[in-house]
Write a protein that binds this ligand. Structure first.
Ligand SMILES: [Zn+2]
Length: 90
C-alpha cells in the first residue's frame, strides 16, 4: 500500500496575505488553520493536509520524497508572484 500524499500548508497565522482565492482548512494533526490554494482543492480527497510546523517537526515527513506540484499549482504560484492572470510556462 502506498503512503498517503502529504500536502503541506502554511498556517493562517504565518501568512496574512494568502494566494488569491485561498480557503481555510485545518491541519489533520494539530487542528491549526491553514491556507489551501485553489489549485489544491481538487486533490483534497487524495491527500493528507498538515501544516508546515507539523511537517518540519516530523522526521518521517522530512525524509519523504518531494512529490512535485499538484496540477496548476506551479502556474498559480508564478501568476500570483507576477501579479498577472495571463502566464504560460515554457
Ligand atoms: Zn499541524
Amino acid at each position: 500500500m502506498n503512503d498517503p500524499i502529504i500536502l503541506v500548508c502554511i498556517p493562517v497565522r504565518s501568512m496574512h496575505d494568502p494566494i488569491t482565492g485561498a480557503t481555510i482548512i485545518r491541519c489533520t494533526r494539530c487542528d491549526e488553520e491553514c491556507w489551501l490554494a485553489p489549485s489544491s482543492l481538487p486533490a483534497l480527497s487524495s491527500v493528507t493536509v498538515i501544516c508546515s510546523p507539523c511537517a518540519f517537526a516530523d522526521q518521517q515527513v522530512l525524509m519523504r520524497d518531494f512529490g512535485g506540484f499538484l496540477p496548476g499549482q506551479l502556474e498559480e504560484l508564478i501568476r500570483e508572484l507576477k501579479g498577472t492572470t495571463d502566464i504560460t510556462l515554457q
